[in-house]
Design a protein around this ligand. Structure first.
Ligand SMILES: Cc1cc2nc3c(=O)[nH]c(=O)nc-3n(C[C@H](O)[C@H](O)[C@H](O)COP(=O)(O)OP(=O)(O)OC[C@H]3O[C@@H](n4cnc5c(N)ncnc54)[C@H](O)[C@@H]3O)c2cc1C
Length: 368
């Protein structure tokens, strides 16, 4: 792309996460001119939403993507186990009509499948290393697209509709002034990923550690993802303390992890900190700008709703934009219909997360 490159499209999507990638695929499949930009040089993500629930699975099945995703590699999780002192104290099995309690899908598998299916249909792929830097306005101060930097060079994309699918710290949302209401949840999360011990069953394992949730998620490829809740804002103090007694608690809760922990979690730096918060933008649309997924409503990792909600948003927005194509996207007030159709379910999920977080210890104690 040259210094003054100016691209033109109907729909410009910022962010190739699950929401943006799926929306781009669905629009391009209908022949709608769409550009998808991504600030990263690739689709690889670490510690992102990777548990697909029935809602996300249904969206992928609806659009014929599910068989390719499973072929690429997924891991159905067979149970949720509650552990105490190295013993299982309670197990939750899938419901009668279900074969699993969630499916681990590495996010790069999911994104690669969606993007490659789009390419198979002859469509241009994602513009990587391309970051949205601001809104492009005409002389009348009307938003007509976005400014970008691609590999350090400024350029712009003119579009009838701009979609902010750029996640929890959305630049589109900020530039459009669609300030969200954010909420802290009283805890932060330490993540680590280690090889699973031999014979490790595919399950979610829960323990209570100092009254906080410690969760282990089996992952495709023979890994265990550790999600350890710690009191909000406590990590800097925690890091000043000796590491060995802290990690020893993990081994005491799950003795079978002893060897893998000893080899792979040796310092505080082997944990990644997620500062936990949720947010909800009061309005998901303004003029010709619309937000979806985490940009519109960031969820906490509890209950694994975020990835699935982003896929559902993309599905709903694709239907809307396909209808709006009939009048060349002039009826932009219709962009508010995304929020109208989705916000009730999203609010219920946000409320459910709060309820699950506040009742964890009580629920755990009821199994003892
Ligand atoms: C640690 C962690 C664990 C989670 N676990 C789960 C789980 O198990 N199940 C679940 O359902 N959800 C989970 N979530 C939530 C889930 O990851 C998100 O809800 C989901 O990824 C949202 O998808 P999205 O497409 O809206 O945004 P994102 O996945 O955040 O994608 C946004 C994309 O936009 C790009 N971008 C950002 N700014 C710009 C810019 N200015 N220009 C260009 N590109 C930009 C980013 O690089 C990114 O690729 C988890 C989240 C975290 C952080």
């Amino acid at each position: 792309m040259n210094q003054n490159t100016h691209l033109k499209t109907d729909i410009c999507i910022v962010g190739a996460g699950p929401g943006g990638a799926l929306l781009s695929f669905l629009l391009k499949r209908q022949g709608i001119s769409t550009i998808l930009i991504e600030r990263q040089p690739h689709l690889l993500k670490s510690f992102r939403g990777e548990v697909l629930n029935a809602d996300g699975e249904a969206v992928l099945k609806k659009h014929g993507l599910y068989p390719s995703v499973t072929q690429r590699g997924v891991l159905p999780l067979e149970q949720i186990q509650y552990w105490e002192n190295g013993q299982i104290i309670h197990t939750i099995f899938p419901g009668e009509q279900e074969s699993h309690v969630g499916i681990h899908v590495p996010q790069d598998h999911l994104l690669e499948v969606i993007v490659s299916q789009s390419q198979n249909q002859g469509n241009e792929q994602v513009l990587y290393n391309t970051v949205m830097t601001g809104l492009l306005r005409n002389k009348a101060d009307k938003t007509i697209g976005i400014n970008i930097r691609q590999e350090g060079r400024p350029a712009s994309i003119e579009a009838a509709v701009i979609v902010g699918a750029d996640g929890r710290y959305s630049a589109v949302r900020r530039h459009a002034g669609l300030t969200p209401e954010t909420r802290k949840h009283g805890y932060d999360l330490l993540w680590a990923r280690i090889p699973a011990p031999a014979g490790w069953e595919p399950a979610v394992r829960m323990a209570s550690m100092d009254g906080q949730q410690l969760a282990l998620f089996s992952q495709f490829g023979g890994f265990v993802q550790i999600g350890w809740n710690i009191p909000q804002g406590s990590f800097s103090k925690l890091r000043e303390q000796p590491f060995a007694p802290f990690v020893q608690k993990l081994v005491a809760a799950f003795p079978c992890l002893a060897d893998s922990v000893a080899e792979h979690i040796q310092t505080w730096s082997d944990f990644v900190l997620l500062s936990v918060e949720s947010s909800f933008a009061e309005s998901w649309a303004q003029d010709n700008i619309v937000l979806l997924g985490d940009a519109a409503h960031t969820m906490t990792p509890t209950g694994a709703f975020g990835l699935n909600a982003a896929l559902e948003d993309a599905d709903a927005l694709a239907d809307l934009l396909i209808e709006m194509a009939a009048d060349q996207f002039t009826s932009t007030e219709r962009l508010h219909e995304l929020q109208a159709s989705r916000e009730e379910k999203v609010k219920q999920q946000l409320a459910r997360q709060l309820e699950m977080e506040s009742s964890f210890q009580q629920r755990y104690e009821s199994f003892q």
